[in-house]
Design a protein around this ligand. Structure first.
Ligand code: EPU
Length: 345
C-alpha cells in the first residue's frame, strides 16, 4: 500500500503577511504548514529533491522579513497539550506541541495554580520558539523551568530528546541559535511546581500587588499584574506590527561599564557577575532621543524604546534601516554596539 504521508505539496508564492507579527508583506517562494510530526521526513525529502533552503517559522513573532524569501518557509503548527501530575510528587510535567501558542501554556499552568511561568505571560509566539530564544521577562527565563524537548535532528535524521544541558541556554541564546538549521523542535516539556513562591522582585510587580491589596498572590494574580504592566509598556501585536524587543540588552565588561557610569551616572544596569554588566538597551536608545520617534509607517514605541514598530505597511527594509540608524547613534554616543534579538531574514 502507498504511504499516505509520502506526498508533500507546498503552495507557491505565498504572502507571509499573516505569519509575522511585524505585519510585513513579503512572499515565500514556497510555503507549508506542518501539523504532524510524521510530515517532517517527507518535507525534508522535498527540500533535498528541490535543492532549496528551508526556513522554519513558529508564531512569526521574532522575525523581520527584509525581502521575499527564496526556498521553502515551513510553519510548525504541531498541536497537543499534556499534563503529567503523577511522575514527580511535588511537580507537574507540562508538555506542549511546538505550534501551541505560548500564552495557552501560561493560562493552562496558572488555571491549575501551578507555579513557574506566570511571569512569562503575554510573550507572543509559540511553544517551539520559546527554547530557541530562551524567552525571558520579569526575572524569569524559560531555562528556569525547562525539562526537555523532542526535536527532529537533521544531522542524525531522527527524533532526539534534548535535556537542559544539551540546549546550552544563555541570555536569549541556545544551541538552536548556534546550529540554526539542525533541529526542528516538535514538543517541549516544562517542569512546574505544585506549591511555589512568587517571584515579584522585578520592576513594579510588588507595588502593583500592594495596590491591589493582594498579600499572598496565586500564579494567576501574578500573571494578571504582569499583564497589566506589559500592556502599559508594549504594543498589542494584533494592532501594531512589532516583534517585542528588537535588540538584546548589551553585556559589557565591568571596567568599560565603570568608565561609562562616570560619564552617565544615572545609567541603569544589572550585574551579571564580577566581570560583566548588562545595560538596558531601552535606556541607551531613549537617551539618543529615539523614544516615540515616528516617520511615516516606522517608529520607536513611545512607552518602550527597545521596540521598533510598523504603524502601517512598512517594508522590512525600512524597519531594518531604522534599526541601523539606532545602532549607529548608540555606538556614537556610548561606544556600545547593539545586536538584534530579532532574526533578520
Ligand atoms: N528603560 C528606559 N527607557 C525605555 C525602556 C527601558 O530607560 O524606553 C529602562 C527602564 O527604566 C529600566 C530598564 O531600562 O531601568 C529596563 O527596562 P524594562 O524593565 O522595560 O526591561 P528591558 O530590559 O527593556 C527586558 C526584555 C523584555 C522583557 C522586560 C521585562 C530584553 C531584550 N528584553 O526588557 O523582553 O519584557 O525585560 O522583563 O531582554 C522581548 O524579549 O521581546 C521583551 C519584551
Amino acid at each position: 500500500m502507498d504511504n499516505p504521508f509520502a506526498v508533500f505539496v507546498p503552495q507557491s508564492n505565498v504572502s507571509l503577511l499573516e505569519y509575522n507579527t511585524f505585519h510585513v508583506d513579503a512572499k515565500a517562494e514556497w510555503f507549508a504548514s506542518i501539523d504532524f510530526e510524521y510530515q517532517i521526513p517527507t518535507m525534508l525529502d522535498w527540500v533535498d529533491e528541490h535543492d532549496v533552503d528551508l526556513h522554519l517559522i513558529g508564531g512569526g513573532s521574532n522575525i523581520l522579513l527584509t525581502k521575499d524569501v527564496s526556498g521553502l518557509v515551513v510553519r510548525i503548527a504541531i498541536d497537543g497539550l499534556e499534563c503529567d501530575v503523577e511522575t514527580f510528587s511535588d511537580k507537574v510535567l507540562l508538555t506542549a506541541g511546538a505550534g501551541i501558542q505560548w500564552e495557552r501554556v501560561v493560562e493552562c499552568a496558572t488555571s491549575h495554580g501551578w507555579w513557574g511561568i506566570e511571569n512569562l505571560t503575554l510573550i507572543p509566539g509559540v511553544m517551539g520558539s520559546a527554547p530557541v530564544q530562551n524567552i525571558g521577562a520579569y526575572g524569569v527565563e524559560l531555562a528556569d523551568l525547562f525539562y526537555s524537548l523532542r526535536a527532529w535532528d537533521r544531522m542524525r535524521g531522527e527524533v532526539v530528546t534534548l535535556v537542559k544541558e544539551d540546549c546550552r541556554f544563555g541570555y536569549r541564546q541556545s544551541v538552536f541559535k548556534e546550529w540554526p538549521n539542525r533541529y526542528i523542535i516538535l514538543s517541549v516539556s516544562l517542569l512546574l511546581k505544585k506549591e511555589g513562591s512568587p517571584r515579584i522582585g522585578y520592576g513594579q510587580i510588588e507595588t502593583k500587588l500592594r495596590e491591589s491589596r493582594i498579600d499572598s498572590p496565586s500564579p494567576a494574580d501574578i500573571m494578571n499584574v504582569i499583564r497589566s504592566i506589559r500592556e502599559e509598556k508594549l504594543p498589542d501585536t494584533k494592532r501594531v506590527g512589532c516583534a517585542g524587543s528588537f535588540f538584546k540588552n548589551p553585556v559589557v565588561s565591568a571596567d568599560f561599564f565603570n568608565s561609562l557610569k562616570r560619564r552617565f551616572p544615572e545609567m541603569p544596569s544589572y550585574v551579571i557577575d564580577e566581570n560583566f554588566i548588562k545595560i538596558p538597551a531601552g535606556w541607551l536608545i531613549e537617551q539618543c532621543g529615539w523614544k516615540g520617534f515616528r516617520k511615516d509607517n516606522i517608529g520607536v514605541w513611545p512607552h518602550q524604546a527597545l521596540v521598533i514598530v510598523n504603524y502601517g505597511n512598512a517594508t522590512g527594509k525600512e524597519l531594518l534601516s531604522l534599526a541601523h540608524d539606532i545602532i549607529d547613534s548608540v555606538r556614537t554616543k556610548f561606544d556600545v554596539v547593539l545586536y538584534p534579538e530579532v532574526n533578520i531574514l
